[in-house]
Design a protein around this ligand. Structure first.
Ligand code: PYC
Length: 318
């Protein structure tokens, strides 16, 4: 990949959604010549991957950082086109990122309360900015693919879980025997890694060989307004500080398939950090259309300086 030899300045707005960061690039990024979103992502990978690494790797980022590059939409009705990325690559759908981008667009004065359209690689996403600062979005069609799949781990025995799509592939497990708490992050991380390795070793995938790159562990909630608490292990090797929009969608798809949640009924999903998303769904054929609601806050408005005289300017990772 060619690296720039001139100093570059990127304008970014940082936000967090239930503790999970989103770094939205609002200016200074290279002009892309491609027109479709798929081609634009390929162009980013081939020619400008340094934008991703400079923003998500150390010294400016860390493993949980998710970037969102705003591009001009093709549809004049859309407020923006967005490419999500993290420390290991480009993402399909990102729920907390959608809420973070909405909060950022509101902060910039580009949207007011009401419905708005975002173009993403997973399809068009309609989100609503509510008067009380909360943001809801209708996620992509989600579904439970398989149920009660046993997975052997080295240190946690054989666990059982469902495989579901919520915009990413998830293995969802409740019988891991661990406490979901901030005091138990090392064990939770270890268990998820062992599950991921076992899924890979045994060729257990989502539909059409889709790699299951998220593991979601469930336990009892602490909050009165939640039905469940989760710990979500993300592909970049870190856990989601928020309840994970795509993970909550996958959970809702499993509950719907099991007849445990009615259409329109609210599911309160608490994260390991104690933040909350509320989800509900409507059927769309044999899949569900999840609606997720959460809240994000802007934390910084920054000019990121990428100066090739700095040997670490494009980021470094372990
Ligand atoms: O909220 O969907 C989400 C998400 C995926 C990875 C991190 N957050």
């Amino acid at each position: 990949m060619p690296l720039p030899t001139d100093r570059i300045e990127l304008n970014v707005i940082d936000s967090h959604t239930g503790g999970e960061p989103t770094r939205t690039v609002i200016g200074g990024a290279p002009e892309l010549v491609s027109t479709t979103l798929a081609d634009q992502i390929q162009e980013l990978k081939t020619n400008y991957d340094w934008v991703r690494t400079a923003l998500t790797h150390e010294p400016r980022g860390f493993e949980a950082m998710v970037g969102a590059l705003l591009l001009r939409p093709a549809n004049p009705e859309a407020v923006a086109r967005v490419v999500y990325f993290n420390n290991v690559g480009y993402l399909g759908m990102c729920g907390h990122g959608t809420i973070g981008v909405a909060a950022t667009l509101c902060y910039l004065g580009k949207i007011s309360p009401g419905e708005h359209l975002l173009e993403t690689i997973a399809g068009n996403v309609v989100f609503t900015l509510h008067e009380d600062n909360r943001v809801s979005f209708v996620n992509v069609p989600s579904y439970r693919y398989q149920t009660a799949i046993p997975v052997e781990t080295e240190n946690f025995g054989t666990v059982t879980g469902d495989i579901a799509w919520g915009g990413n592939w998830f293995y969802l497990c409740a019988d891991h025997g661990l406490e979901i708490s901030m005091g138990n992050l090392d064990q939770l991380d270890r268990c998820c890694r062992e599950i991921r390795n076992s899924l890979d070793r045994n060729g257990i995938t989502g539909e059409n060989g889709g790699i299951i790159d998220h593991v979601e562990l469930f336990g009892p909630p602490r909050r009165d307004d939640a039905q469940s608490m989760n710990y979500v292990d993300c592909p970049g090797g870190e856990y989601d500080r928020s309840p994970c929009g795509t993970g909550t969608s996958a959970k809702i798809a499993c509950l719907a398939a099991a007849g445990k949640l009615e259409p329109g009924q609210t599911w309160g999903q608490e994260s390991v950090t104690g933040s909350l998303f509320e989800g509900s769904y409507q059927w769309q054929g044999d899949k569900v259309l999840p609606r997720i609601i959460g809240e994000a806050f802007v934390t910084a408005e920054t000019k990121v300086v990428i100066d090739p005289i700095d040997p670490l300017t494009f980021g470094f990772s372990q």
